[in-house]
Design a protein around this ligand. Structure first.
Ligand code: ADP
Ligand code: ADP
Length: 229
């Protein structure tokens, strides 16, 4: 399990408008760190930098001390699994959607990932199981089911680092609680960075960082942050 670190990262989308003003934080190996903050604070930007959609103006992002700018896209994608807010599924089978992006995924891998994402019983109830078509012409999945298929797709790569990017923000609160329980379980042994705009969804993080206008305003455990308010 690797350690993930942002070291004095400066970045902006436009030349004269810096969005992250020297951001530093560490997610120790196997730890869970969450970032909360108001809309526009720069939370999503952190994810985009992590996947190198953009590179920092200054500073470094490291995995076990190695600058991600020195790592191939391939190994970066193998190292980091993302669970985004609105997962896009293909108009194809459930099995294809889970195996997608991992050519070597065997049927056993797909089944194991579906089990980890707590969707296996649901799939087994379908007459065509993993071969059930989803999307426009196939079965309509609920938001929660879609998100579970997406989680299985991420888990099939067995990534040592997980980025949960508003992973439950689009769900109703009951579905959200169920998905959060699954995410807690599957992230247990992984270095995890969770991005959220509500404190309640990340209550069990080892450490919570509050991002405001591209700077860390405060940090602490959930209890410490609530006590300080
Ligand atoms: P958050 O995820 O915390 O809501 P973002 O990281 O999405 O915040 O955005 C941080 C700031 O960067 C905002 O002021 C936003 O307007 C700006 N921003 C985001 N994406 C772009 C972009 N592609 N081009 C220019 N500005 C952007
Ligand atoms: P792979 O690229 O190894 O097949 P995935 O199936 O997880 O892995 O593909 C997701 C890739 O797409 C990520 O590696 C990331 O680069 C990008 N990606 C997908 N959704 C998002 C998102 N919401 N934010 C940032 N990056 C994303």
């Amino acid at each position: 399990r690797p350690t993930l670190a942002f070291e004095d990262v400066r970045f902006g989308y436009e030349e004269d408008r810096e969005i992250l003003h020297g951001l530093s934080f560490e997610v120790p190996a196997g730890a869970h760190v969450a970032i909360v903050g108001p809309s526009g604070a720069g939370k999503s930007t952190i994810g985009r930098l992590l996947f190198r959609f953009y590179d920092p103006w200054a500073g470094r992002i490291t995995i076990d001390g190695q600058d991600i700018a020195q790592v191939t896209q391939e190994s970066l994608r193998a190292a980091i699994g993302i669970v985004p807010q609105d997962s896009v599924l293909f108009n194809d089978t459930i099995g294809y959607n889970i195996a997608y992006g991992r050519d070597c995924a065997t049927r056993d891998d797909v089944i194991a990932a579906a089990r980890d994402a707590a969707i296996l019983p649901f799939i087994e109830r379908l007459p065509e199981g993993f071969d059930t078509e989803v999307g426009e012409r196939g079965l309509k999945l609920s938001g929660g089911e879609k998100q579970r298929v997406a989680i299985a797709r991420t888990l099939v790569k067995d990534p040592p680092i997980l980025l949960l990017d508003e992973a439950t923000s689009a769900l109703d609160s009951r579905t959200e609680q169920a998905i959060l329980a699954t995410l807690r379980r599957v992230s247990e042994h992984r270095t995890t960075l969770a991005i959220a705009h509500r404190l309640s969804t990340i209550a069990d993080a080892d450490r919570i960082l509050v991002l405001e206008q591209g700077r860390l305003a405060e940090s602490g455990t959930h209890r410490e942050l609530l006590a300080g308010r």
